[in-house]
Design a binder for this molecule. Structure first.
Ligand code: SF4
Length: 102
């Protein structure tokens, strides 16, 4: 059998949903603008016995004099005071994924 002369058996591409013009798309209401911050559970023993790095004051990007993150992030939820307060309430912390230590 000559494969190069085989009939094309693949169907033409048809989208699953017809494209709706932008102005006719339904408006999504009651959708939050931003998702809430991700909280990580921290084992109390780890917090007590290990020297965990969990706040901006321990981060290389934090300027203590300017009270500012060099990466441009909003740091208020990652400060030591707020982290410990959140941990007392929930057992979780808002660990920054960009935290850097020297
Ligand atoms: S990178 Fe994250 S942990 Fe470091 S100062 Fe900025 S917000 Fe804080």
């Amino acid at each position: 059998m000559n494969l190069s002369k085989r009939n094309n058996t693949r169907p033409d591409f048809t989208p699953l949903r017809p494209e709706i013009p932008h102005e006719k798309r339904p408006k999504i209401i009651n959708q939050p603008e931003r998702r809430s911050i991700i909280l990580d559970g921290v084992n109390p023993r780890d917090l007590r016995e290990l020297s965990l790095i969990y706040c901006c004051e321990q981060c290389s990007y934090f300027s203590h004099s300017l009270k500012k993150c060099a990466m441009g992030f909003r740091f208020e939820k990652h400060t030591r005071e707020n982290q410990l307060r959140l941990y007392d309430l929930t057992g979780k912390m808002a660990l920054c994924r960009s935290q850097e230590i020297d």
